[in-house]
Design a protein around this ligand. Structure first.
Ligand SMILES: Nc1nc2c(ncn2[C@@H]2O[C@H](COP(=O)(O)OP(=O)(O)OP(=O)(O)O)[C@@H](O)[C@H]2O)c(=O)[nH]1
Ligand SMILES: [Mg+2]
Length: 551
């Protein structure tokens, strides 16, 4: 009976797809700068068996650097300037882990990554508590309903009292916090963590630079070894804190975690590998697999047969030997197969996805099949733009990628006329990555690019990458404008007629953005007031207008 056979094949395929999706865990590590995201990422790789020897952010010449801070500039500075994708398998799960930069100037990149994940691990420096950038990133997660897991890091340093740290999560971020483990001391007295589920203490030993897994002894809290290892005063305090927690009697609510209303809290030290395994195991158990995603015309289930996904990051020259670009695609539904033909629903063009890669920081290898939750890199000189949807169905357009208003502006002067072509080509490539936004002065006939960025470090990265990746030198002339306002006339200009221009306050400048919309660049709030007063018949917007599907 062929009909019956076909349907049972279908069922097998559906079951296979559902099983693959349920194995996926796609998450970002987020926080204020320097809280230890890259260090924790490296340790998750160590415990996940994806690296044998963990590198360090502050590595000297003879030491190993971390896997995720692979760019030369990141190694030199000891900070992350760009997000990194790492895919590996552990404990029956396929993990897509994204390390993000914490610095405010690179927050566009971090926000884009947050559109591509199903959960986030929020790292907090336990000595400092919640810092400004953590608060902003948390807000983005909350708006998107992304479940958040908290890792209180750097317990090997003098820390704030753990109960106070929990209170802060509730009072400052307004999220309920549920500690799943508890620190046995802090600073030099930090010995390990108490796992509240098994009611066992994990006593750790420090290893040289935390390059290898920390040896661990698991004991009852009453055990002689625990008492001997700990300072009696600290031991007493921890026991009191634990009985207080037990007395509070709150129960763990997985639904609340998945709805982003309750954050499970873990304590540890990423640098010393304390508490990393406990975080990883519980996270994989509690974090959700890929869920459905909405678009203007409906929603897509991850287990749907038809493939769909979207571009959330573009990066050129990851491999300096090949001048190519990688478009990072988060798969939303269906089965990805190498060489499949899909529609770029922005342009309506059909594209063969041939050069598909699995990513592990700058390493990559060909991938033939992937499922919802996976991030695959499509390599080549394709013309994908940030946010593009790739799908088998033409009607699916994910509108995920946020657009930002720049807060600093600069002219980029090419300083070697002999290398103008390289300068122009390099800049064009780097702008496609979303490293900065290009503007143009309407009456200028000279080609001196005017760029807008969220913060000045972006210009430094741009200059550095133009020099090292394209051999083009340039000078950055930072301007005094701080605010951008997009201007839309009350009436559309009839075709063929010159558009009327808005009134521009003194010290401000009229520019055009990449979509040819008028933008006024202003120095301060006074100028904005003046702009509003003198342009009553214009619609004034503080963020770039959304792009239409056909642009
Ligand atoms: N003492 C101590 N230091 C740590 C710990 N974890 C990280 N660090 C140090 O903190 C510094 C910052 O760590 P990173 O991992 O680069 O922090 P990050 O959050 O990735 O920073 P950005 O990506 O630049 O935002 C480095 O010097 C780390 O060695 C820890 O558990 N204990
Ligand atoms: Mg980092």
């Amino acid at each position: 009976m062929p009909a019956l056979e076909a349907s049972s094949t279908d069922q097998t395929l559906n079951a296979h797809l559902a099983a693959e999706v349920s194995k996926r865990r796609t998450f970002a590590i987020i926080s204020h700068p320097d809280a230890g995201k890259t260090t924790l990422t490296e340790k998750l790789l160590l415990y996940g068996g994806a690296v044998n020897l963990a590198g360090s952010v502050t590595s000297r010449r003879d030491q190993r650097a971390t896997t995720s801070d692979w760019m030369e500039l990141e190694k030199q500075r000891g900070i992350s300037v760009s997000s990194t994708v790492l895919q590996f398998e552990y404990g029956g799960c396929v993990i897509n882990l994204l390390d993000t930069p914490g610095h405010k100037d690179f927050s566009e990149d971090t926000y884009r990554v947050l559109t591509a994940v199903d959960a986030a691990v929020m790292v907090i420096d336990a000595g400092k508590g919640i810092e400004s950038q953590t608060r902003k990133l948390f807000e983005v997660c909350r708006l998107r309903g992304v479940p958040i897991f908290t890792f209180m890091n750097k317990m090997d340093r003098p820390s704030r009292p753990p109960l106070e740290l929990l209170d802060e999560l509730e009072s400052v971020l307004g999220i309920h916090a549920m500690p799943l483990n508890w620190p046995m001391g802090d600073g030099p007295e930090f010995r390990g963590v108490f796992d509240r589920e098994t009611k066992q203490v994990h006593l750790f030993e420090r290893t040289s630079q935390g390059a290898y897994r920390a040896p661990v002894k698991v004991r009852d809290i009453e055990d002689e070894l625990v008492r001997e290892t700990m300072d009696p005063g600290v031991y007493r305090r921890v026991c009191e804190e634990l009985s207080l927690l037990e007395g509070a009697g709150s129960t763990f609510d997985l639904e609340a975690v998945r709805a982003g209303k309750l954050t499970p809290v873990f304590f540890g030290s990423a640098a010393n590998n304390f508490g990393v395994q406990l975080l990883m195991d519980r996270f994989l158990e509690l974090a959700p697999p890929p869920a459905s995603r909405k678009f203007a015309g409906g929603s897509v289930e991850p287990t749907e047969k038809g493939f769909s996904g979207f571009v959330f990051k573009i990066q050129a020259n990851m491999n300096p030997k090949h001048r190519d670009r990688v478009a990072f695609i988060r798969i939303v539904s269906g089965t990805f197969e190498r060489d499949m033909v899909v529609i770029n629903t922005r342009s309506g063009k059909r594209i063969r996805l041939s050069n598909s890669q699995r990513l592990f920081a700058k390493e990559r290898e060909t991938i033939d099949t992937a499922f919802a939750g996976d991030v695959v890199g499509i390599v080549g000189n394709h013309d994908f733009l940030m946010g593009d949807t790739l799908a088998e169905r033409p009607d699916v357009i994910f509108d995920e990628i946020p657009r930002f208003a720049p807060e600093c502006f600069a002219f980029l002067h090419n300083t070697s006329s002999a290398k103008f072509k390289r300068f122009r080509e390099g800049l064009e490539q780097l702008l496609k990555e979303g490293l900065a936004q290009p503007f143009q002065l309407p009456d200028s006939y000279q080609y001196i690019p005017l760029l807008g960025a969220v913060g000045p470090l972006q210009f430094e990265v741009l200059k550095y990458r133009l020099e090292t990746e394209y051999g083009a030198e340039c000078r950055v002339e930072v301007m005094d404008w701080r605010i951008a306002r997009w201007m839309k006339p009350a009436q559309e200009t009839p075709p063929g007629e010159k558009p009327t221009r808005p009134h521009v306050p003194s010290g401000s400048k009229l520019a055009l953005d990449a979509d040819n919309s008028f933008v006024v660049l202003l120095p301060d709030a006074w100028a904005v007031k003046s702009l509003e007063t003198h342009n009553k018949d214009w619609t004034i917007q503080s963020t770039p207008p959304k792009k239409g599907p056909s642009q």
